[in-house]
Design a protein around this ligand. Structure first.
Ligand code: SF4
Ligand code: SF4
Length: 77
C-alpha cells in the first residue's frame, strides 16, 4: 500500500462523515407530503403515498422534516 492509497482512504472517510444520512420508515409514512413541502432544500419526494430521498447530498441536516412529520418516520444523522 503506497502513500497515495493512504491519502485516498482518509479522504473517503472524511466524505462519509460529512454526508447527511436520512432514514425514512416507509411503513409508517402515509404520504402526507408535509416533509417534502417543508424541506428548504428539496431533498425529499413523495411518490405513490411513500416518501423517499431525492438527493441526500443537498441535505443540510436542519431536521425540519423530522420535526414536522406527524408519524415520526424520519431520522437524520
Ligand atoms: S434535514 Fe432539513 S435539509 Fe435535510 S431532508 Fe430534512 S428538512 Fe431537508
Ligand atoms: S411527513 Fe412523514 S408521513 Fe408525511 S410524507 Fe413525510 S415521512 Fe411520510
Amino acid at each position: 500500500m503506497g502513500l497515495g492509497s493512504l491519502f485516498k482512504r482518509k479522504k473517503d472517510k472524511q466524505e462519509v462523515i460529512e454526508e447527511c444520512h436520512i432514514d425514512i420508515n416507509t411503513n409508517d409514512c402515509d404520504g402526507c407530503e408535509k416533509c417534502s413541502i417543508a424541506c428548504p432544500n428539496n431533498v425529499l419526494i413523495v411518490v405513490d403515498d411513500s416518501c423517499s430521498v431525492r438527493d441526500a447530498q443537498v441535505c443540510k441536516s436542519c431536521r425540519v422534516c423530522v420535526a414536522i412529520c406527524p408519524n415520526d418516520c424520519i431520522t437524520v444523522n
